[in-house]
Design a protein around this ligand. Sequence first.
Ligand code: NAP
Length: 470
Amino acid sequence: MAGILTAIKLREAGYSDYVIYEKSDRIGGTWRENTYPGIACDVPAHLYTYSFELNPDWSSTFASGAEIQAYFERIVDKYAVKPSIRFNEAVDVCEYEDGQWQIVTSIGRKDTATVVIAATGVLHHPHMADIPGLDSFAGASFHSARWDHSVPLEGKRVGVIGTGSTAIQITSALVDKVARFDLYQRTAQWIMPIQNTAFSAEEKAAFRADPVKLREMRDQLHTDFQAFSNAVIDADSAEMQQIEDACRANLEDNVRDPVLREQLRPNYRAGCKRLIFSPDFYDAIQHPNANLVTTGIERIEPNGVRTADGVLHELDVLVVATGFFADSFIRPAVVRGRGGVDLDDVWADHPVAYLSVAIPEFPNFFMLNGPNGPVGNFSLILIAEAQVAYILQLLAQIRAGHCRAISVTPTASASFEQLRYAAAKKSIWSTGCKSWYLDKNGVPASWPWTPDRFFEEMTEPKLEAYELAS
Ligand code: NAP
């Protein structure tokens, strides 16, 4: 998403000498890699769309992964992005030497670049749960982001480990298609009951006929989502309270069995973990085929999952939906800045980036959806668009001959991080739960202020925060 966007915007700005490295043989990022049953984006489709390529044809409020993948493929064709993509070529090393970035790729190619933009995404290194015996399972077993579609599910006993957004979507999609469905829950989740309504043929025709109507709808969604994003940064806000009330009512009203209801009741505040939007998870988990397992997993055995109470839950297929390493960003690529400073060392405590785009001692190196950006239930497309526009203004300094290298000053970066860290501790994400939002010190890694403040910061770089070197 972000790489395609960058290519389009670079060309629009008059740049022609750029290349996109793609580790895979196809575009699509998240939407290429995640193909599990039920995959959909929890940001409304009309908001999860490039602002310059609105799509009147989204089938429903929340689009499926396949529909989003098709959207990006259409855009890549329309804007002729493919010729600038080097497929099957991951970046292994990026080293700043003599004022240039020296790049080594997975096929051994060596390139030189003035500027590097890391559009490598956030959640793309699968985290396999560290559960004893996982390799010993005799049936089919895979991570949710590596779904093996050759494995038949019909009539099978399927187990899913994890209760994040991924596992919840898989549950709704599979529960009535298999013989038995076990969901292994370590921590219960709050569920926001948001409906996924299909757009009728008439509605889509109306959007097609009237681009103003289409944009107004998107603007309204943007306003609604801003309200949500504003709520989560203030754990004590009335809006946050409304969200919590809606989640609690969803649980109370829609889970009939009191024992199951208590098993599904989280012991932390709604919104602390990434809030899950689902119109039908509670229905799915009450399906006769469904079996919520809340006793801890002791080990995996060839025939299934052995829980701490000694019970063996026999399975044919085991899905590991245990999330991603959320702090990798461009890594495992080796990135060395000025004087050989290693990104791994700079980020040894936790990943930090000034306004989520720049790191001191890494001149002409910028990130899209890097650390510390607004990731909480928000459209990463809008974030990336704002970041690209910001980075292009920095590049304009180089193009205008004002400098050859531009890097954020250590002072600006440190003072940003100090303020950010303090504010992050007041957000709903740090009210006492574990989640991939937290760094290893337990402090939220994301943008702790309003999205409006982020967009405002992205409007124009404050050049005094940067060192412009000739
Ligand atoms: P996740 O939110 O990190 O959830 C991982 C799950 O695995 C958690 O329930 C976790 O339990 C469990 N887990 C981890 N290690 C375990 C272990 N050793 N034993 C038992 N359980 C274990 O991952 P995800 O569901 O893949 O979602 C990641 C993010 O991707 C989402 O938050 C969202 O940003 C994005 N996403 C979005 C959508 C969407 O748009 N609808 C869909 C899928 C994913 P604990 O809670 O106890 O740690």
